[in-house]
Design a protein around this ligand. Structure first.
Ligand code: KG4
Ligand code: ZN
Length: 345
């Protein structure tokens, strides 16, 4: 079974060709091509939907052509076309969905609509990883979502917790902006925190970490950071010692605060549900501290941990292909949580 997958949720335009075979299914990525407008948004501190949609329009056909060419596959060999239906930015999504519909019609192939968040989780099924055993707990951490999902089986998913307000990635993006660094904030905060030589004298809260539930909140953490950066004590500290070191130490404290909350709540979910596997998914899964701390914590609990390769953490079309191959029958109806974002049909 060969699928051509298209991803156009936000500022990345992706196309991939993938092959699924065997039982349990092994997924081989034959090509994975991406164009991005990320740099065009950097100076605005976040994605500008209008710019993202225009760039999707420019990139989509060349990206698809290159993906087919790189895969060594002929159009006749493609069994189906998969596309992200949402959640995402409506203008960006429409470009991918309409292109996929047109190709499906012209080439007489079935169209599979995929839920973007489910696809992030299915990045864990891409070879050469061992197939995750179910039941599993998935922590999805992206720019728009922070969710804990219980996967009882491939077809039975239950939302068990998540953020009440900002997503973890959104918190990273806002924190970077407050500290004067461009979008996307996660990688910026990570680079800064690695440069820190010691602990920050400014401490940040770990919201809801001690509450006995699977809920999270990151907007208060962002507000605490805004208050620190605007405080006389911060102005004094940056005047007295190296401004760069003060900021790097604060970035490290912020990174640690987000990771502490994510780990604590994931551990709680594992204790409550006793899954066989734990799956990390989404753009924030690229964060080294989160990956390292999760490895250490899960080992302690004796569960199997799955983390996608770095290139399959942030938005990509390979994960859309993986999702379509593993679950070609849904994902139209899958609602990971109520009002999880815009979708186009
Ligand atoms: O999954 P993704 O590519 O897009 C969405 O579906 O939202 O996630 C993007 C988010 C951004 O907020 C970005 O700042 C964050 O993932 N991110 C990171 C890292 N790389 C990307 N956050 C923390 N550390 C990283 N290394
Ligand atoms: Zn995403």
């Amino acid at each position: 079974m060969i699928v051509l997958a298209i991803e156009s949720t936000c500022d990345e335009t992706g196309a991939a060709v993938a092959k699924g075979y065997g039982e349990p299914m092994a997924i081989e990525i034959l090509s994975d091509v991406k164009a991005t407008s990320t740099k065009m948004h950097a100076k605005y501190g976040g994605i500008v939907p209008e710019i993202a949609a225009r760039e999707q329009m420019i990139s989509i056909i060349p990206v698809i052509e290159t993906a087919i060419e790189n895969s060594g596959t002929r159009i006749e060999d493609i069994d189906s076309i998969a596309v992200t239906q949402g959640p995402g930015l409506i203008g960006s999504l429409l470009i991918g969905v309409e292109t996929a519909k047109a190709l499906a019609l012209a080439w007489k192939k079935p169209l599979i609509k995929v839920n973007h968040m489910a696809a992030h989780v299915f990045a864990n099924w891409i070879r050469p990883l061992v197939t995750p055993e179910l039941p599993a707990i998935a922590l999805i951490v992206s720019g728009g979502h922070t969710d804990l999902i219980y996967l009882e089986g491939l077809t039975v998913w239950k939302w068990i917790g998540g953020t009440r307000d900002d997503a973890a990635g959104e918190a990273f993006d806002k924190a970077a902006r407050v500290m004067g660094f461009p979008y996307p904030g996660g990688p910026q905060i990570e680079v800064l925190s690695k440069k820190a030589k010691g602990e920050s004298k400014f401490k940040l809260p770990r919201p809801m970490i001690h509450e006995d539930n699977l809920e999270m909140s990151f907007s208060g953490l962002k507000t605490a950071l805004v208050q620190v950066v605007g405080s006389p004590a911060f102005a004094e500290a940056t005047a007295r010692s190296s401004r760069e070191q003060v900021i790097c130490a604060l970035a490290r404290e912020f990174n640690q605060a987000v990771v502490d909350v994510l780990i604590k709540k994931t551990m709680k979910a594992v204790e409550l549900y006793q899954p066989k596997s734990v799956l990390l998914a989404g753009g924030v899964a690229a964060n080294a501290l989160l990956r390292e701390n999760l490895v250490a914590s899960i080992k302690y609990l004796g569960k199997k941990l799955f983390i996608p390769e770095l290139k399959y953490c942030t938005d990509n079309a390979a994960m859309i292909a993986a999702c379509a191959l593993m679950r070609p029958d849904y994902v139209d109806s899958l609602k990971l949580r109520p009002n999880s974002g815009l979708e186009v049909g």
